[in-house]
Design a protein around this ligand. Structure first.
Ligand code: ADP
Length: 483
């Protein structure tokens, strides 16, 4: 890999301030999903290293929390600037291990860095309260203190931003963090840890542990020093981590699966709806937890929307993320590809029609054609499960009540989208959707300023915004008497 600063690609983990280089005898191979080529090795670590990192974090956190918010935020600001200065290298590392097109990867770096920037600012505004007392001689004081040592487990679909969205508020609030990045994409995590060191984050405050998920996760969840676990990944693993964290009563932040509805009403502007659907469905090749999974189109505009979408999707170029003009990269692995194929086979067996794509891409590997299915109904697997791939299933609906019932008929509740012009309808539908996030006339909702998160099986807590930092603090009430 050609980098302006080759030191940003390091085959090592950071444990309590010490780098552990990968030993080929006990390492994880990381490949480029576009080519299958091994791009490097990271150490296969486990419970012992995690425990050591947690202990180092415990010590480092005390000194970090004792600094002023301004001092902490200055380090974060520097970290943010280093990410931006190195965005091209960070983008190249990301594309090599994740597959998304280089422009999209560099965009993720800028988006990821924006969380560090935002929390570098927000960290100076963790305000408490002074509440009038319940007796004449009393005053009630409320202060917010850092929760302490935080463990984080992150996925491969956003190898940079899913880390910064957790690390930014954690460090700004005065916490320490032990991170386990996804084994498919550890190099992006390692690169930002190198930049954190350069920015002046104290030794031991941030560890990046690569290796066995079960062993690292087991130590993170059972160790009583860890006061918060923040996880982004599947509902299945999130449920397991929730259970494992119960005996030590940790605070949990869970960003889990989604099954986002994308609704096009008959008063919508169809061209903007198509534009939104392209972003909401095909961003990261459909591999985001806020990707539109079910597209509901009202009867009167169904055929027109389907045709416009097919025309637009037909122009999306699939290929190696390093190649010019590529919009859709490979899927992360063979299992991801098999899931898309299963959803298509199930739907077509039950009567769905393929409007576009529908099979493995001629490029081979884990490349898949951008696909649209029409006449999709609620008895098909795609109505219930997240596809996590470039498949847009089009459902038909009659009226508002019908589509709200269908949209809410899922155990998930992360993102939802709808397109409509009527103001009263906009309010009614936004209020009726049982989701943590609603995009109205837009397919792109994620930003550092807004609270990201879900309800139901999609998770607990919010990331980003002024709410995101609260998750890393504890409230302390001090009763002042004798006044
Ligand atoms: P995905 O389907 O996005 O890969 P996962 O939930 O399987 O979602 O993985 C998300 C993150 O959780 C990854 O870092 C993965 O290594 C980690 N993980 C997987 N299994 C476990 C486990 N048993 N304990 C802790 N972490 C785990």
């Amino acid at each position: 890999m050609k980098l302006q600063d080759p030191e940003l690609f390091r085959q090592a983990a950071l444990v309590g301030g010490n780098w552990i280089e990968a030993d080929p005898k006990n390492a994880i191979e990381v490949n480029n999903p576009a080519t299958g080529e091994i791009i490097g090795l990271v150490p296969k670590l486990g419970a012992a290293e995690t425990k050591a990192a947690i202990e180092a974090a415990r010590i480092a956190q005390k000194g970090w929390a004792a600094r002023t918010a301004k001092e902490r935020c200055a380090v974060l600001r520097k970290w943010y600037e280093l990410m931006i200065d190195n965005k091209d290298d960070l983008g190249r590392i990301l594309t090599s291990e994740q597959g998304k097109p280089l422009a999209e990867a560099t965009g993720e770096i800028v988006y990821g860095a924006s969380f560090i920037e935002w929390f570098a600012e927000e960290g100076r505004r963790i305000y408490g309260d002074l509440i009038p007392g319940h007796q004449k001689d009393k005053r009630i004081m409320v202060m917010k203190q850092p929760i302490g040592v935080v463990a984080a487990i992150t996925p491969w679909n956003f190898p940079n931003a899913m880390i910064t969205r957790k690390a930014g508020p954690a460090f700004a609030a005065g916490c320490a963090m032990v991170l386990k990045p996804a084994s498919q994409t550890p190099f992006s995590a390692i690169a930002i840890a190198i930049l954190a060191e350069r920015a002046g984050l104290p030794k031991g405050l941030f560890s990046v542990i690569t290796g066995s998920a079960a062993a690292i996760g087991g130590e993170m969840t059972s160790n009583p020093v860890v006061r918060k676990l923040t996880f982004t990944g599947s509902t299945e693993i999130g449920t397991e981590l929730y259970k494992q964290s119960a005996p030590t009563i940790k605070k949990l932040g869970l960003e889990l699966g989604g099954n986002a509805p994308f609704i096009v009403f008959d008063d919508a502007d169809l061209d903007t709806a198509v534009e939104g659907a392209l972003i909401a469905k095909y961003r990261n090749n459909g591999q985001t937890c806020v990707c539109a999974n079910r597209i509901y189109v009202q009867d009167a505009v169904y055929d027109a929307f389907a045709q416009k979408l097919a025309t637009a999707v037909g122009k999306l170029k699939t290929g190696n993320g390093f190649d010019e003009g590529v919009i859709l990269g490979p899927l992360i692995d063979k299992a991801a590809l098999a899931k898309v194929e299963e959803h298509i086979a199930d739907a077509t067996a039950k009567g769905a029609r393929i409007l576009q794509g529908g099979k493995k891409h001629a490029l081979g590997g884990t490349f898949f054609e951008a696909t649209i299915l029409a006449d999709v109904t609620r008895n098909m697997a795609v109505a219930r499960e997240e596809t996590f791939g470039p498949l847009a299933p089009l459902f038909r609906f009659k009226d508002e009540a019908d589509v709200i019932e269908q949209a809410n008929d899922t155990e998930f509740g992360l993102a939802s989208y709808f397109y409509a012009k009527d103001l009263a309808r906009v309010f009614r539908v936004a209020e009726a959707l049982e989701y943590g996030m609603v995009g109205v006339n837009t397919g792109l909702i994620s930003t550092a300023e807004a609270p990201f998160g879900g309800v139901k099986l999609s998770g607990l807590g919010r990331e980003g915004s002024k709410y995101g930092i609260e998750e890393f603090t504890e409230i302390k009430y001090v009763c002042l008497g004798g006044i």
